[in-house]
Design a protein around this ligand. Structure first.
Ligand SMILES: Cc1ncc(COP(=O)(O)O)c(C=O)c1O
Length: 481
């Protein structure tokens, strides 16, 4: 993957254009054919050579076990597989098995893996300035990225943005901003909500298993109210009651416009609008966590557009960096100006803030997002995929529903743990999915927004077989793989 080393590609913004995002074109400033030849042989349909996890993967698992904290990677009999290469929607593991990726690698690879434009931007930046001094002598790329990002934000007023390195950190910046802006320290979040695992963001992450061991460290002023799936009245009443009970102490209400890890839970229509009204009546700031939903995933640039609710702060991450770690907390100027002007010591910053490599990658991603119409793709193709999958699963017992928006979909199954079982069953057939939901009962789909028509058919065929295998009553011989 390093064949262009030694020759800096003279890519201007215009020069970096490729007519078809994933095809190289003779005559552009850099010969991308050579840079991507390492990926040429990757098929665009699943190819299982050895039953996963194969021997190379098992050996890697052994090595990993010898060096990584046992908390981090689950090492089981059925998964994981170790990734070696990826392109568009295909991922190859260490054993040469190739999978169709319906996870987007936690929703990050919105433009597909190793998009040539993004890879070229990373290579170009890596050759001149991979790291800078974010808040002291800022890299040029930071300015360019902030301008590009600001242009996408929903406020009529100018936006102000703080960059960060992970989604959790962006959430921490938002919570700090709310405290500075309102002087009110408490936060209200929603049951099922996931906002990260750092000590600060755990104040808003609902899952008890993540919170319990660290309870003495977690900020105590956090309340959780039900998320407004239909019927939403009860959830809204709980929010209203909590805001009243906490009497002027709540500075932030934080919500995912569609809950991701809770199992792709879409709120009832009107819920977010009412949440915004109640939040403002309480003198608190409304934070939209668009870390999963942002940048085209739900069929629009941001999920907030579906209901037209404009929050006070937005957190983004995941897809933003085009595959590199980058996140941000953004708000209108009058809110973000609650932060004091830096007199040389920023109140919130970090060594890698505004990392030029990540900013260059993000800039290329934002260009691709727009030029390739990825949000439109998600809206159009995601709706068809959802409808077809719903139809194909309708005869299978144990399937509750297929839900979601754009290409952010969840298949809810009846049995706890069924999503995990489907993950393993789909992996064996060459499709990557993740489980979600408090009980592991949901199959979460957040693929790269570049699936071809043939890949969509394959994805559904394999999903149906995997779900059939998991949901089939034991006595039923059913469909074989
Ligand atoms: C909605 C949401 N918020 C925050 C986070 C935390 O982001 P990170 O894992 O980058 O810290 C996630 C991660 O999945 C997320 O889905």
């Amino acid at each position: 993957m390093s064949k262009v080393y030694g020759r800096l590609p003279a890519l201007s913004r215009a020069g970096s254009h490729l007519p078809d995002s994933h095809a190289s074109k003779p005559g552009v400033a850099m010969d991308l054919t050579s840079s991507f030849s390492d990926l040429d042989d990757l098929p665009d349909q699943p190819r299982i050579r050895v039953p996963p996890p194969g021997p190379e993967t098992r050996a890697l698992a052994q090595r990993l076990q010898g060096v990584e904290s046992q908390n981090v990677t689950y090492l089981g009999q059925q998964f994981p597989v170790f990734w070696r290469r990826a392109h568009r929607a295909m991922v190859e593991d260490a054993d040469g098995n190739v999978y169709l990726d319906l996870t987007g690698a936690f929703g990050v690879a919105v433009a597909g893996h190793t998009h040539p434009r993004i890879t070229a931007a990373i290579r170009e930046q890596a050759g001149v300035l991979p790291h800078g001094m974010g808040d002291i002598h800022p890299p040029v790329k930071k300015v360019e990225l902030l301008e590009a990002l600001a242009a996408l934000l929903p406020w009529k007023e100018d936006s102000r943005i703080t960059l960060a390195n992970s989604g959790s950190e962006a959430v921490e910046v938002a919570l700090k901003t709310a405290l500075l802006a309102t002087g009110q320290p408490e936060v209200v979040a929603f049951q099922g909500g996931y906002h990260g695992l750092t000590v600060g963001s755990l104040a808003a992450t609902a899952r008890e298993d993540f919170r319990d061991p660290f309870r003495p460290r977690i900020y105590p002023g956090g309340s959780f109210v039900p998320f407004g799936q239909a019927p939403m009245d009860e959830a809204l009443q709980a929010l209203e009651r909590t805001l009243a009970e906490r009497g002027g102490q709540v500075g932030a209400v934080i919500v995912e416009p569609i809950q991701g890890r809770a199992g792709v839970r879409v709120p009832a229509e009107g819920f977010l609008t009412r949440v915004a009204e109640l939040t403002r009546e309480a003198g608190a700031l409304l934070i939209f966590d668009e870390i999963f939903t942002g940048f085209g995933r739900t069929g629009r640039c941001f999920a907030l557009e579906a209901e037209g609710v404009v929050p006070d702060l937005i957190c983004v991450g995941k897809a933003l960096g085009g595959g590199l770690p980058l996140s941000a907390c953004a708000g209108p100027r009058h809110v973000m100006d609650a932060w004091p002007r830096s007199g040389g010591e920023a109140l919130h910053t970090s060594t890698f803030l505004g990392h030029p490599l990540a900013c260059a990658s993000a800039l290329a991603f934002l260009e691709v997002l727009e030029e390739e119409g990825l949000a439109d793709y998600a809206r159009r193709e995601g709706a068809v995929f959802q409808a077809e999958l719903t139809r194909e699963l309708s005869a299978i017992q144990g399937v509750r529903e297929v839900r979601g928006r754009g290409f952010f979909l969840g298949v809810e199954l009846e049995e706890a743990g069924a999503g995990v079982a489907v993950m393993a069953a789909a992996l064996r057939r060459g499709v990557l999915v993740l489980p979600a939901g408090d009980r592991g009962e949901v199959v979460e789909l957040s693929p790269p927004l570049v699936l071809s028509a043939e890949q969509q058919v394959t994805a559904r065929q394999i999903l149906v077989k995997a779900i059939q295998e998991v949901c089939r009553p034991a006595a039923d011989p059913g469909v074989r793989p």
